[in-house]
Design a protein. Structure first.
Length: 265
């Protein structure tokens, strides 16, 4: 049964607060404040137990449906106020401003687990989908080059559908991170070995390159396992290329299928 909340506990949202929220659409302001926006009934409800919530803006009906509301500031708002604050084309009943989580790059060990590395992914929708895919396939860490899109930008957050609560995003010098000895580094190339015929380990790094240019040369030279995702039939000429999220899904699925087969054998 949903808890009954007293609306008097909540503030009416001001124009100044709406302006602060709108500024979080810009990466510069997110970096300065270490705050990001999440919107939508399911995404906000999923994130509330995991991230520190600074501000929560919601319709009375959504507030009444919640057992707990762990936010520092709570604002009751009508549809018009939510629309003014929202970064989405079609706002829902609730918007929340969360503080960035603290993740340590030192906690990642690709010698014992499988992780994803993103080399210059630019589309935040692609990034959000990859975060969601990582969550589906039980991959807990994504390491990004410094020029990869922001995983806490509004489009990436919405596309990730709450997966940010279970997948940690890290930004670093990718070449330096990948220069670890004795770690399998996998990348997709047209001249690689067909993924279905190649040995795939249960640990290492799956590297996904930029949407238009693929994996950059300085990272490519570090790859020690070149994979190829074949079209069907294999003789088909010039099929449309796969986008980054589609390629990630195919590669991760084959890694996990192979791992599951070995465990069940």
């Amino acid at each position: 049964m949903a808890a009954t909340h007293t609306i008097a506990r909540f503030f009416m949202i001001s124009k100044a607060k709406i302006k602060q929220i709108r500024l979080l659409e810009k990466k510069k302001y997110r970096d300065e404040t270490r705050l990001f926006v999440a919107e939508g009934n399911k995404i906000v409800a999923d994130m509330l137990p995991y991230f520190e919530c600074e501000w929560l803006i919601a319709k009375p009906s959504w507030i009444e449906s919640q057992e707990t509301l762990p936010a520092k500031e709570l604002f009751v708002a009508g549809e018009d106020d939510i629309r003014k604050a929202s970064l989405m084309k079609n706002p829902q009943d609730v918007l929340a401003v969360f503080r960035y989580p603290s993740h340590r790059l030192e906690d990642i060990d690709p010698s014992v687990s499988l992780i994803i590395a993103l080399d210059g992914i630019q589309d935040p929708g692609n990034l959000g989908t990859i975060i969601r895919l990582a969550d589906w396939f039980g991959i807990e860490h994504i390491v990004c080059s410094m020029d990869t899109a922001d995983g806490f930008g509004p489009k990436a957050v919405q596309a990730s559908m709450g997966a940010l609560t279970r997948v940690s995003i890290h930004y670093t010098n990718l070449e330096e991170f990948l220069s670890k000895p004795h770690v399998p580094l996998y990348g997709a190339f047209l001249d690689g070995t067909e993924i279905y015929k190649e040995h795939l380990s249960s640990n290492g790094v799956i590297i996904i390159g930029n949407e238009g240019n693929g994996i950059r040369p300085s990272v490519e030279k570090l790859v020690n396992n070149r994979l190829f995702i074949p079209p069907f039939p294999s003789t088909r000429q010039n099929p449309n290329s796969l986008n980054a999220a589609m390629a990630t899904a195919i590669i991760c699925a084959e890694f996990r299928r192979r791992q599951g087969f070995c465990q069940n054998a």
